[in-house]
Write a protein that binds this ligand. Structure first.
Ligand code: SF4
Length: 119
């Protein structure tokens, strides 16, 4: 499928089933303040899997530089699984990955949307 067509399809999925879509409250989604990012990621966790996968694929396909998309924070073009709060990380969080590679995120899109391979 051509990229622009695919992006249109992804946008349709987000309009139809994205939990945050049309809410008007984007304040938690476009900041890198750790508590706000955590709130945005919790909201993403309530999104249907199809929408989460479409959202992440949309961000990757359009080289999104900022915002929380599909539960992943993009900031200055770098992707993050989570934003560490200031100070020393808690012992139970210290070993968790923070930065995400685009390759790993594409693999996550594949994992979340098995139908994508046949599209
Ligand atoms: S995954 Fe998150 S950012 Fe994407 S549509 Fe759902 S709630 Fe919004």
């Amino acid at each position: 499928m051509e990229l622009n067509t695919r992006i249109d399809v992804l946008r349709e999925i987000l309009e139809r089933s994205g939990v945050c879509y049309g809410s008007g409250d984007t304040s938690s989604f476009f900041t890198n303040e750790s508590e706000a990012v955590r709130v945005a990621q919790l909201i993403c966790g309530t999104c249907p899997v199809e929408a989460r996968a479409a959202c992440l694929e949309y961000a990757l396909s359009t080289n999104m530089e900022y915002g929380v998309w599909g539960g992943i924070l993009f900031w200055d073009g770098q992707a993050f699984y989570r934003k560490r709060p200031p100070g020393r990380p808690r012992a139970d969080e210290a070993s968790l990955p923070v930065e995400a590679s685009k390759e790993d995120l594409w693999a996550l899109v594949e994992e979340l949307s098995p139908m994508r391979k046949t599209a």
